[in-house]
Design a protein around this ligand. Sequence first.
Ligand SMILES: [Zn+2]
Length: 120
Amino acid sequence: MAVSVQKLTKTGNYRGSPRDRGYDSKWDRLSIAFRKRHTCCLWCEQIGRDTLTDLVDHVIPVVDRPDLKYTWSNLMALCKHHHAQKGVMEVYAREQGLLNMLPEWSRHPEKRPLQFRPVV
Ligand SMILES: [Zn+2]
């Protein structure tokens, strides 16, 4: 299979297109509706900033809870910067066996482990 450079991850693996990763038309409709309701990044709002949403994040990742893929309450709007931070927090939560804390940590920054609390 021919793979363009842009589609390789940092570790050199082929990540696949959004379609390959299971983002279908049902997801497209849901994420568009969610972004209309949540036009600003949640984590930016928590620190008093207005930043437009770049993407819709699964609070508990689909890889861990595929049953919550289309669940509105498992979604949050983030900017790219905070999505990257959230990814690091997901890895930590998975390693610590604390994935069930992600909803609380995502919505209440003061409850996050110290290293993930915003510096204001
Ligand atoms: Zn943000």
